[in-house]
Write a protein that binds this ligand. Structure first.
Ligand SMILES: Cc1cc2nc3c(=O)[nH]c(=O)nc-3n(C[C@H](O)[C@H](O)[C@H](O)COP(=O)(O)OP(=O)(O)OC[C@H]3O[C@@H](n4cnc5c(N)ncnc54)[C@H](O)[C@@H]3O)c2cc1C
Length: 389
């Protein structure tokens, strides 16, 4: 099979990239390992994605935002960071002229909206149940190619890799990556609580556990509990009543009694950073390029901005003459996306290291950091701008 662009992975990054090429005139093939139902009607996976204003704009342009169920879009007005038992908190509110910091939308709704927007796109062929088992980026040849488990080969002028943080396509291309398993897991579950959350997200670096509450519409929240892997699995195995009691206790009744209202999901935490985002005729987007720790809620936001940058460069190359222009276009994408991701990736990893270190100096240091953050006039606007745009 021959095409202009082959995309490996129909997750939110791959689908968003396919949508971004709508007006490019290119023939696109998107290969997704999962069956069609997983794309058309993805199941709830517990991820409540905090979207920035910039991400909302991109999703609007891709025709996905209007496909989200309105009652599943929850405005986030403020965020609060708390350290251990300290009564002090570092607070963030919306910037001038903005009604909210950002939005919370369930991941499965974003995926369904992107699929719905993409499914009848002219020039795009979505092939599900198609697992890529090998790839070549065609550094010297005129085509990149991928091999499917069925034995079929797809050749393309551009290969876009969007098959997640433990990307096997990235590996097949010989692109190395820093892969850091953190030995901790994140358990996520929806809860109903007694007291209103005031549309305020909470990030609480408590002793030996990290807790987060993501405010949804009504008295509902996404509860996020980060623990060592075996402890997270143990807690996730509680029945609903026991888990509700456990979460009420862990959150120290901040929002009163909690009741579990969804399935729970457990995500082992691993961060990744690809050594190159581009090789020959291949480019990496989404988690395949950068797998962020979820604590700063930026993985998908960066994935969206990265795919938008790549699409803009590819469309520009197509307007001039795709093949000769492609190497320079990919280089510009790589430089731009690495520069955008590096500070957030490094900063998030440092933050996680500091805020999960139980030794006394680290605890004192994070307390001082939060105080300093609240006291220095430029810190909160800078962090807010980084987190929301
Ligand atoms: C608990 C949690 C909370 C999060 N919260 C936030 C948040 O608040 N804000 C935010 O911005 N981000 C958040 N993220 C990150 C966000 O979910 C990811 O960045 C995003 O889902 C990555 O999308 P992706 O398309 O790159 O990868 P994925 O969603 O992993 O999709 C990859 C796709 O590739 C397919 N695939 C894999 N291998 C192959 C193959 N060999 N052949 C064909 N297909 C293949 C898979 O089936 C899958 O459909 C969170 C993550 C977690 C775990």
């Amino acid at each position: 099979m021959d095409c202009d662009v082959v995309i490996v992975g129909g997750g939110p990054a791959g689908l968003a990239f396919a949508r971004s090429l709508e007006d490019s005139g290119l023939g696109i093939v998107l290969l997704e390992r999962a069956p069609l139902e997983a794309l058309a009607t993805p199941r709830f996976d517990g991820r409540e994605i905090a979207l920035t204003h910039g991400s909302k704009r991109i999703l609007e342009q891709l025709g996905a935002w209007d496909r989200l169920p309105a009652d599943e879009i929850a405005p986030m007005h403020a965020a609060k960071v708390v350290n251990g038992d300290s009564p002090f908190s570092l607070n963030f509110t919306a910037g001038e002229g903005e009604a909210q910091l950002g939005y919370l939308v369930p991941n499965h709704r974003i995926r369904a909206a992107l699929y719905d927007a993409a499914r009848n796109q002219p020039g795009l062929r979505l092939i599900t149940g198609a697992e890529v088992v090998h790839a070549r980026s065609g550094a010297t040849g005129s085509r990149a190619e991928v091999l499917l488990s069925s034995g079929e080969v797809v050749r393309a002028r551009l290969l876009v890799v969007a098959d997640s943080r433990l990307s096997t396509t990235r590996e097949a291309l010989g692109i190395g990556a820093d892969i850091n398993p953190l030995g901790r897991s994140m358990m996520v579950v929806r809860v109903r609580h007694e007291l209103p959350h005031g549309a305020t997200a909470l990030e609480w670096f408590d002793h030996r556990q990290t807790l987060a509450l993501l405010p949804l519409n009504g008295n509902l929240a996404g509860a996020v509990l980060t623990l060592p892997e075996d402890a997270a699995r143990r807690v996730a195995a509680f029945d609903d009543a026991a888990l509700g009691r456990d979460l009420t206790r862990r959150f120290r009744q901040r929002l009163g009694r909690m009741e579990v209202v969804s399935d729970r999901n457990v995500y082992p935490l691993v961060t990744t950073w690809a050594h190159q985002f581009v090789s020959g005729r291949a480019a990496l987007i989404g988690d395949a390029a950068v797998g962020m720790h979820p604590v700063t809620a930026h993985g998908f936001n960066l994935g969206l901005s990265g795919q938008a940058l790549l699409a803009a460069e590819v469309c520009d190359a197509v307007r001039r003459s795709m093949d000769p222009e492609l190497p320079a276009a990919l280089r510009r994408f790589e430089n731009g996306h690495r520069a955008a991701c590096k500070p957030l990736y490094t900063g998030t990893n440092l933050l996680v290291r500091l805020f999960t270190d139980e030794r006394l100096p680290a605890r004192a240091m994070r307390h001082a950091m939060l105080r300093l953050g609240a006291g220095l006039p430029f810190v909160r606007p800078t962090v807010r701008a980084m987190l929301t745009h």
